[in-house]
Write a protein that binds this ligand. Structure first.
Ligand SMILES: [Zn+2]
Length: 451
């Protein structure tokens, strides 16, 4: 029997999160090491009428993302979540619903084989080399690795891989960058820490002599004559290097540090660290601020095809926000689910469907998500049945939830209890089913849910 324990924490005052992190919990005869677990909050389906990318200029006027907070995960677990289209912002993980979103976000990555050096990039590297006292490349032959080596071995310029800890110096640079480049007047030390220093990894990442010692988050700091001029926030993961954010001193605008850093990180990832992929976050086809990424020869994750990687060139047209998902295509998704329902009625009987409907009460409504799930924020809704990239109803029906034994820790009662899935309330059942739809069996087996 494929029985497993699913650990649920009933968290009524938040203290439990801090107390349990990085410690062990003893249950029956075994000890659970919490730093190996994916500890997450219940997923939220958040609709925001005010889209930061298109500002309501498109036919579809809604920006919808699916997200959850993560208290802890291992670099490998995060790597798996990236392959499911998620990306982290601090400790919050999110992705968009490509069926309903005004701006459809796709995860993109590249590597040194896909990357083709062009005139623009050559110029950027040459300029930088000259500005730090290296010789520029005057030959017709442009050996990219050699040019990058020159940068890494220069005596006035240094890139140091540091722990992602907060310092005043880093914050001052962030503040200056946000104000000058993004006209953002709302920066605070707290938001910098939350956004670019905090992460759910149990340990900091570590790189020594261009070798990965530990996976996790790092700050790759650029020093020119010992002065901090830029910071790349990076996640070092088993399948590659993931770019989180990049900040630089606007006084050095002429060095094109944003462009340079992407080339450096790509080469550093493949040629120095020997990691396979360089993850560049999300791309939105219609977003001018993001399409520069396609110059790096990217491939994208396709949620419509079980999260397979497609070359950006071949997928670009489908990714067009205004083109994708006619009503017909949406109906196809819906019909698929209806067929499953009919099939399953034959297999498992009408009662099963009825009971399931009570839990999952969702008629697959196409454009208006409804049934507020949490009442603290009017913008949080049920996760719809039709969501490309999530397990569909058939898979949920076929999953044997009854075999899950739920280990329940109630903070108010201060003790552990075992439940069966069947004994749980419809709300909890639904949350568990949703988690299964979102992260699948394998990750769910390693998860702890904070209700
Ligand atoms: Zn938008």
């Amino acid at each position: 029997m494929n029985q497993f324990y699913f650990f649920v924490l009933i968290d009524d005052n938040n203290n439990i999160r801090i107390n349990l992190k990085k410690s062990n919990v003893k249950i029956r005869m075994t000890t659970i090491n919490l730093s190996e677990k994916l500890i997450l909050t219940r997923p939220m389906y958040i609709s925001d009428k005010d889209c930061g990318y298109c500002h309501g200029s498109k036919t579809i006027k809604e920006s919808i993302s699916l997200g959850f907070h993560v208290e802890n995960f291992t670099p490998l677990q995060y790597d798996k979540l990236i392959q499911l289209g998620f990306r982290r912002s601090g400790t919050f993980l999110y992705k968009t619903n490509v069926l309903r979103n005004c701006c459809k976000m796709y995860t993109i990555r590249t590597n040194s084989k896909l990357f083709k050096i062009n005139k623009e990039f050559k110029k950027c590297i040459n300029n930088f080399n000259k500005s730090i006292g290296n010789e520029g490349n005057t030959n017709k032959q442009f050996d990219l690795n050699k040019e990058i080596q020159k940068i890494f071995t220069n005596e006035f310029f240094e890139i140091r891989n540091e722990t992602p800890e907060f310092t005043d110096l880093k914050y001052q640079l962030y503040d200056k960058y946000q104000k000058k480049i993004h006209k953002d007047k709302t920066t605070s030390a707290k938001s910098f820490k939350r956004f670019l220093c905090d992460s759910p990894f149990p340990e900091y990442g570590e790189i020594k002599d261009h070798k990965v010692i530990k996976y996790g988050a790092i700050h790759q700091c650029y020093y020119l004559k010992n002065q901090l001029i830029a910071i790349a926030v990076l996640d070092v993961l088993p399948s590659g290097l993931s770019s989180v954010y990049f900040i630089y001193d606007p006084d050095y605008n002429n060095l094109e540090l944003g462009k340079l850093s992407a080339i450096l990180e790509l080469i550093y990832c493949n040629e120095f660290l020997k990691l396979d992929h360089y993850y560049m976050g999300f791309i939105i086809e219609s977003c001018q601020k993001m399409v520069y990424k396609q110059k790096f020869g990217c491939e994208v994750l396709n949620p419509l095809d079980n999260y397979k990687w497609y070359s950006w060139e071949s997928y670009k047209e489908i990714a067009n926000d205004e083109l994708l998902f006619t009503k017909d295509q949406l109906l196809k998704f819906e019909d698929k689910n209806r067929e499953y329902l009919l099939d399953l009625k034959d297999i498992r009987g009408v009662d099963f469907i009825k009971e399931f409907d009570e839990i999952y009460n969702d008629d697959g409504d196409l454009f208006s998500p409804k049934d507020k799930d949490l009442d603290n924020n009017g913008n949080i809704y049920d996760i719809p049945v039709n969501f490309p990239g999530l397990k569909d109803l058939k898979q949920v029906y076929e999953k044997n939830f009854e075999s899950i034994e739920i280990l329940n820790y109630s903070n108010s009662m201060g003790r552990l209890r075992f439940f069966n899935f069947e004994d749980e309330t419809p709300t909890i059942k639904k949350v568990l089913m949703n988690i299964y739809r979102i992260i699948g069996d394998e990750l769910m087996n390693e998860s702890i849910l904070i209700i």
